[in-house]
Design a protein. Structure first.
Length: 243
């Protein structure tokens, strides 16, 4: 038997994919249990608030099912669990906020480990034509629409404060996640800010953002709103550069 074939049989046996074990089955079970234990431990580490929310027994059941269906595809465990929030969408459907708590757990962890980029300082920029200016954002920035008060529940789970009642929101709300210096952060955004950020992240110019604001906030002073929005993005450390 070639070394490559022996290695493939060993891996298949550990993953439980049906190939005959190339060694004593008792020893192979030790390898298989250790492998699954490492994957489960990675999920417990990443999704700590989900475990607190669901309870240890229910969480372990979902972890076991996920590990069985999602073998690791990388040489390390940094990215393992990326699909766990989507898995919980079906395993624990709305109005339970478990899947959205899981997304927040994972997004904040990713933001912490994301590539470091020094944010731009608004006062130090020299922009000759703001109308045509475009924005580059820090790699840790992202957002998602949520349908429950999962952010409030996540915060309560993190601080051991009073737990709010689960609420299914009348309209989805976008939650922005990013890292400010060494601290992952999140905040909810009004729909008009979400649309502006989405446009800017897609390459829209500042002039196009102002035109969008005119449609979304027809009764507001657009210059004031646009200026406040821009200042907030820079103060939060979202903008890496302006071109």
């Amino acid at each position: 038997m070639s070394l490559a074939r022996l290695q493939q049989q060993f891996l298949s046996a550990v993953l439980g994919e049906g190939d005959a074990a190339p060694a004593d089955p008792r020893g192979m079970r030790v390898y298989a249990n250790n492998y699954r234990g490492q994957l489960a431990g990675s999920l417990r580490d990443t999704f700590e608030r989900v475990e607190r929310w669901l309870g240890e027994e229910a969480f372990e059941g979902h972890v076991a099912a996920y590990v069985e269906a999602h073998p690791s595809s990388s040489w390390n465990l940094n990215g393992y669990g990326e699909d766990f929030p989507a898995f919980l969408v079906h395993a624990v459907p709305l109005p339970d906020p478990a899947a959205e708590i899981a997304w927040l757990d994972h997004a904040l962890r990713n933001a912490f480990y994301c590539r470091d980029v020094t944010p731009a300082v608004l006062q130090e920029l020299t922009v000759s034509d703001w109308e045509r200016a475009t924005f580059s954002f820090v790699p840790s920035l992202g957002f998602r629409w949520v349908h429950t008060n999962a952010p409030s529940i996540w915060a309560a789970l993190s601080s051991s404060s009073a737990m709010p009642a689960t609420t299914l929101l009348p309209d989805p709300v976008a939650v922005r996640v990013w890292r400010q210096q060494l601290t992952p952060r999140f905040t909810s955004m009004p729909p008009w800010e979400t649309d502006c950020l989405d446009l800017a992240m897609a390459g829209g110019t500042f002039g196009e953002l102002c035109a969008l604001l005119e449609r979304l906030r027809p009764d507001a002073d657009i210059a004031t709103v646009a200026g406040q929005l821009l200042r907030e993005w820079f103060e939060d450390g979202l903008v890496a550069d302006v071109g």
